[in-house]
Design a protein around this ligand. Structure first.
Ligand code: KIV
Ligand code: ZN
Length: 516
């Protein structure tokens, strides 16, 4: 019998380091949705937020701690006592809570940002860990900007943190400065030199500023790290954090080299990646490793010939292993729930009966207007529902007139709480007119930050997907919707973005509403 490979713990910080980058913000409900999918993927730790940073961030982290039970739930805190108290308040109800505290240790951060002496940083780090350990069973300590810190000093800080009770020591390449050999060497040196390092879990946290975050993380693992921190799709500050799916699939594809397993259900990778895209409205680049649209596509004749003869000629991992939908079942208006569920399951979506019923209604709606519905179109329809906020407003009907000799105008009817409201407006184009009519109904005038439409599959009959990004005051909101009619998709995406914006606020009352 071959020995069971040792484990590398997967620490997902999509909801903290990932979410804090521009354009990726999520509501508390979306964070819970994402955390549930991370639980299905099987990650060991979910970093749910930085509770002291805002009341909304606190509430979201607390909801994840209370509502998601499988993985350890971790939250971030600086070394200040009030940060640690707030962190504990947010995470204390988790089945397995963890506090993650950090302070910078590089000369430039200590002198220019913290304005603290190295001795004060060392003392503060130990004190923070002590404080956190008084309440939390697991305490992680990070030396921010570790890769630009003096190694002797880093060793002393880590030693003090371990003595104070840290159970996980994290080595961040905060600004993505390190190179793979050098980073591996640093991890090795720290493991050898820091007393007590053998009693804690050694973790690595790499950013991608020079495009080597995955290589650095894998070098850290080879040097002895047994926890890796990263994000889904590699989202995060600046050029992002390491993409966890890349690390996970490298471990799985090269057991000869690493002899370690991440212990996750890799068939959930694609669904996890797509859910994040659906929630944030930001897609991955087509050539992104593991989850990009082209990651398993073979275009060149020689490659196609090879793949037809034996897929292993050009595929080092199978699309099925990451849950990519390879089931080419084409659905149509006579297809039933079972066929729909099969296509969705092949794409990693396991829906509850209720969600499947809703997805089936949406599917029938599209299938009535279109001869065949491709698997990627089915996925787009379901993603829209995943990303759907509470439906304060729903699109009931719309009409648009436009042409070369007339000003575009639109009439839109929305329904809220059973009351229908209709407005007409003109605009620079039909979309602008529709959005203006919707603004009139909801009594808001958000700025349109971005608007895109794309065909989910090829052909003029394809399902079109609209993504709308709007801003009101400081709140950014993203809506997404799919339909065979791009005008309808656009209006529904705009309404979805409005719904997110007004979630938790009192509903503005539009004059002239009527019950249908
Ligand atoms: O990049 C970094 O240094 C961090 C720490 C808070 C771990 O995100
Ligand atoms: Zn980071």
């Amino acid at each position: 019998m071959s020995p069971v490979p040792a484990r590398v713990q997967i620490f997902d910080t999509t909801l903290r380091d990932g979410e804090q980058s521009p354009g990726f913000s999520m509501t508390a409900g979306e964070k819970v949705e994402m955390a549930r999918q991370l639980e299905r993927l099987g990650v060991d730790v979910i970093e749910a937020g930085f509770p002291i940073s805002s009341p909304g961030e606190f509430e979201a982290a607390r909801r994840v701690a209370r509502e998601v039970s499988g993985p350890t739930i971790c939250v971030l805190a600086r070394t200040a006592p009030q940060d640690i108290e707030r962190a504990w308040e947010a995470v204390r109800d988790a089945g397995r809570p963890r506090i993650h505290t950090f302070i910078a240790t590089s000369p430039i951060h200590m002198a220019r940002k913290l304005r603290m002496s190295p001795a004060a940083v060392l003392e503060t780090a130990a004190e923070a860990v002590r404080l956190a350990r008084n309440v939390a069973p697991e305490v992680e300590f990070s030396a921010e900007d570790a890769t630009r810190s003096e190694v002797d000093f880093l060793c002393r800080v880590f030693e003090a943190a371990i003595k104070a009770g840290a159970t996980i020591i994290n080595i961040p390449d905060t600004v993505g400065y390190a190179q793979p050999d050098e980073f591996g060497e640093l991890v090795r040196t720290l493991i050898e030199r820091v007393p007590g390092m053998d009693r804690v879990t050694v973790s690595v946290h790499c950013h991608n500023d020079l495009g080597v975050a995955t290589a650095n993380t894998l070098a850290g693992i080879r040097a002895g790290a047994r926890q890796v921190e990263g994000t889904v799709n590699g989202i995060g500050e600046r050029a992002g954090n390491v993409a966890l799916e890349e690390v996970i699939m490298a471990l799985r594809t090269r057991p000869d080299l690493y002899g370690l397993t991440a212990g996750v259900d890799t068939s959930q990778i694609f669904a996890t990646s797509r859910l994040l895209c659906a929630l944030t409205g930001i897609d991955v680049q087509p050539n992104k490793a593991v989850v990009g649209a082209n990651a398993f596509a073979h275009e060149a004749g020689i490659h196609q010939h090879g793949v037809l003869a034996d897929r292993r000629t050009y595929e080092i991992m199978t699309p099925e292993s990451v849950g990519l939908p390879t089931n080419r079942l084409v659905l149509g208006k006579h297809s039933g729930r079972h066929a729909l569920a099969a296509v969705l399951e092949a794409a990693g979506f396991r829906l509850s009966r209720e969600d499947l019923d809703r997805a089936y209604q949406r599917f029938k709606d599209v299938a009535d207007r279109k001869k065949t519905v491709l698997p990627e179109e089915v996925v787009a329809l379901v993603e829209e529902d995943f990303a759907a906020p509470p439906r304060t407003w729903e699109l009931r009907r719309f009409a648009v007139t436009t042409g070369s000799a007339r000003d575009p105008s639109a009439s839109v009817t929305l329904v809220s709480g059973g009351v229908e409201t209709e407005r007409a407006a003109t605009g620079d184009g039909p979309i602008d007119a529709m959005f203006a009519a919707i603004n009139g109904i909801v009594a808001l005038a958000p700025a349109l930050v971005d608007y895109t439409v794309r065909a989910v599959a090829g052909g003029t009959e394809a399902v079109g997907e609209a993504i709308v990004r709007i801003r009101l005051d400081h709140d950014l909101s993203v809506g997404r919707a799919s339909s065979t009619d791009v005008l309808e998709a656009s209006a529904r995406a705009y309404v979805a973005a409005i719904n997110k914006l007004v979630a938790g606020r009192p509903v503005p009352v539009a004059a002239g509403g009527s019950r249908p």
